[in-house]
Design a protein around this ligand. Structure first.
Ligand SMILES: NC(=O)c1ccc[n+]([C@@H]2O[C@H](COP(=O)([O-])OP(=O)(O)OC[C@H]3O[C@@H](n4cnc5c(N)ncnc54)[C@H](OP(=O)(O)O)[C@@H]3O)[C@@H](O)[C@H]2O)c1
Length: 305
């Protein structure tokens, strides 16, 4: 497993982080025994960073159970405050709840899930600062911020990392956010590298998702739009096959090839899925490969999830 430093002065973390939204049930239910086996398999394979959030349903509780018996410092745990308002009091309560669920007395990274919509940014940043001062968060970060929001937030309190969306179909962060992070020594832990399953090669036009799977409501997973993405995914899969790798591995490696990326958070539901992810950590794409993949990913008329 390759490790990269998180920001200017942060710890070294693996290039693949375990994304814990799916094991919380956000993309269809996953039974607890499978969820625990998946987390443990990831850790055993060197995926020793885990990303979760207050909003990820049973995720924090299941992670807490999966980590019983493991040394605390063997895993880098990142979580987020999700439910607004992001006041100091709310942030303190949310973090204490997360710590209880995770069965630990500190997290390695505590993040605002998004830019605060109904309190001043100063208030939310003071909440993050307090989390660090109380010794309950080693580092603090933000998620889904724009460059302007990141700039304003960094002026209020040092930000260790940003968590933006990045995948072959959603490359916007490569144009402004990632260069900004690289220039200012802010780590970038990117999310949704498989475009929530579009970049796995296993879906066909017309496939449907159960109501408890968020994809059942996403425009990208319906009708013509779905078919258009899957056509591009087929082209990418052919390219992957020619290299002797899978589309999942190609998609992860493409994110890791983007300048400024520290780690890529990949969601998984089974031990077999994490076994496939690990294979991407050693895959190096040439600049020509990256350019070709990027261009296939520019699907016309693309819509948000
Ligand atoms: N900050 C934010 O706002 C934000 C937003 C989204 C995500 N995130 C973070 O980023 C993580 C990753 O994003 P994500 O989990 O939403 O989506 P993702 O990583 O793009 O896709 C994960 C899904 O792809 C499928 N998959 C994964 N590995 C596979 C494999 N080897 N073969 C076939 N299918 C595979 C699985 O679903 P199926 O098997 O059902 O297809 C899995 O649930 C999240 O877990 C979360 O930690 C953060």
């Amino acid at each position: 497993m390759e490790y990269r430093q998180l920001g200017n002065d942060g710890p070294r973390i693996p290039v693949i982080t375990f994304g814990a939204w799916p094991i919380g049930g956000g993309m269809g239910s996953v039974d607890e025994a499978t969820a625990i086996a998946t987390i443990r398999r990831a850790l055993d394979l060197g995926i020793t960073a885990i990303d979760t959030a207050e909003y990820y349903r049973t995720s924090e509780t299941v992670i807490g159970r999966a980590l019983v018996g493991r040394p605390r410092d063997a895993v880098f745990i990142a979580t987020k405050v999700s439910a607004e308002p992001f006041t100091r009091v709310r942030i303190r309560e949310a973090l204490d709840n997360s710590l209880r669920a995770l069965r630990t007395d500190y997290v390695d990274l505590y993040q605002l899930h998004r830019f605060p919509s109904n309190v001043p940014l100063e208030e939310a940043m003071a909440g993050l600062a307090e989390a660090k001062e109380r010794g309950k968060a080693r580092y603090v970060g933000v998620s889904n911020f724009t460059v302007d929001q990141l700039r304003t937030a960094s002026a209020l309190y040092p930000i260790q990392s940003l968590q933006p969306r990045l995948n072959i179909f959603d490359a916007a962060a490569t144009r402004d956010l990632l260069p900004y992070c690289a220039q200012h020594g802010i780590g970038a832990i990117v999310h949704s590298p498989l475009a929530k399953g579009l970049l796995t090669g296993k879906y066909r036009p017309g496939d449907t998702f159960p109501p408890d799977d968020e994809r059942s409501a996403f425009p990208r997973f319906q009708g013509e739009t779905f078919a258009r993405y899957l056509k591009a995914a087929d082209q990418l899969q052919a390219l992957a096959r020619a290299k002797g790798v899978t589309l999942v591995q190609l998609a992860i490696a493409w994110t890791l090839a983007q300048p400024g990326v520290t780690s890529c958070i990949v969601g998984a539901k089974t031990p077999a899925q994490v076994e496939e992810h690990v294979g991407a950590a050693d895959l190096r794409l040439s600049p020509e490969d990256v350019a070709q993949i990027t261009s296939i990913g520019e699907v016309p008329g693309s819509e948000r999830f």
